[in-house]
Design a protein around this ligand. Structure first.
Ligand code: SAM
Length: 218
C-alpha cells in the first residue's frame, strides 16, 4: 500500500494540499480499514475516487477529506463535531489533529462498523452518536470546529448555534443545482461564509437538511 500512498500524497500536494500535519496523518491512517474487504486494494483505497460503504453511502475521496481537514485548520485543543460518520475514516483523521471528536451518523449499521474500525486503530478520543446530525449535539456544545460530510440545502441553524465564537464550520451546500464546500466563520455571533471548492456529496437527510427519503434507522 505504501507506494499507493506516496503517489497519492504527491497528487494531493499538486492540488494544493500543503498542510504538513494533514499530509502526515493521511499517511498514518490506513484507509483500507474503513472499506469492505473486496475493495481493499492500493488502487482503490489510494485512488482518487469515493468508494461505496453500503446503504447507498460513500467514503469521501482522500482529496476531499484532505481539503476539508486542511480548511478546518485544527489545533490539538479543539473539540470537533462531525456530521456524517459514514465509514469513520474522516473522524479518525480528525482525531489525530484535535483533542476530541463527536461524530453523528443516522444509519446505525454504519456507525457501529465505523466504531469497530476506529477501535481497531486504538483511537480513544472519538464519541459515536447515532441520530439526526442536522440538530447537532447540544450536550457537548460549543464546538471549536464543525464538519458536515453530506450536502445540505442550507446551513442548519442548530449547528451554527453550537459553533463556538471564533469557530469554523466546513459544509457542502447546494445552490441552484450545484454543490460547493463552504467555509463558515462565526465572528461576534455573525456568520461569514466563502466557497472554497466545488463538491459532489450524498444528501444530508434530516430535520434541518433534505427530507427523509425512507424511514430513519436509529
Ligand atoms: N465522513 C464519512 C467518511 O469518512 O466515510 C463520509 C460521509 S458520507 C459522504 C455521508 C454520511 O452522512 C452518510 O454516511 C450518511 O448516512 C450521513 N448522513 C446523512 N444525513 C445525516 C444526518 N442528518 N445525520 C447524520 N448523518 C447523516
Amino acid at each position: 500500500m505504501k507506494k499507493g500512498i506516496d503517489k497519492l500524497i504527491e497528487k494531493l500536494m499538486s492540488k494544493g494540499i500543503n498542510d504538513r500535519k494533514v499530509l502526515e496523518i493521511l499517511r498514518k491512517v490506513p484507509r483500507e480499514i474503513f472499506v469492505e474487504q473486496p475493495l481493499r486494494s492500493a488502487e482503490l483505497c489510494y485512488g482518487e475516487t469515493p468508494l461505496p460503504i453500503g446503504h447507498s453511502q460513500t467514503i469521501s475521496s482522500v482529496y476531499t477529506v484532505a481539503l476539508m481537514t486542511q480548511a478546518l485548520d485544527l489545533s490539538k485543543n479543539h473539540k470537533v463535531l462531525e456530521i456524517g460518520t459514514g465509514s469513520g475514516y474522516q473522524a479518525a483523521i480528525l482525531s489525530f489533529l484535535a483533542a476530541s471528536v463527536f461524530t453523528i451518523e443516522r444509519i446505525r449499521d454504519l456507525s457501529l462498523k465505523a466504531r469497530s474500525a476506529v477501535e481497531s486503530l486504538n483511537i480513544h478520543n472519538i464519541t459515536f452518536i447515532i441520530g439526526d446530525g442536522t440538530i447537532g449535539f447540544n450536550e457537548y456544545s460549543p464546538y471549536d470546529r464543525i464538519l458536515i460530510t453530506a450536502c445540505s440545502p442550507d446551513i442548519p441553524a442548530p449547528l451554527f448555534k453550537q459553533l463556538n465564537e471564533g469557530g469554523t464550520m466546513v459544509i457542502p451546500v447546494e445552490r441552484n443545482g450545484s454543490q460547493s464546500i463552504c467555509l463558515i466563520e462565526k465572528k461576534n455571533g455573525v456568520m461569514h461564509s466563502k466557497d472554497i471548492a466545488p463538491a459532489n456529496f450524498v444528501k444530508l437527510i434530516g430535520k434541518n437538511g433534505y427530507e427523509t427519503e425512507r424511514p430513519q434507522q436509529f
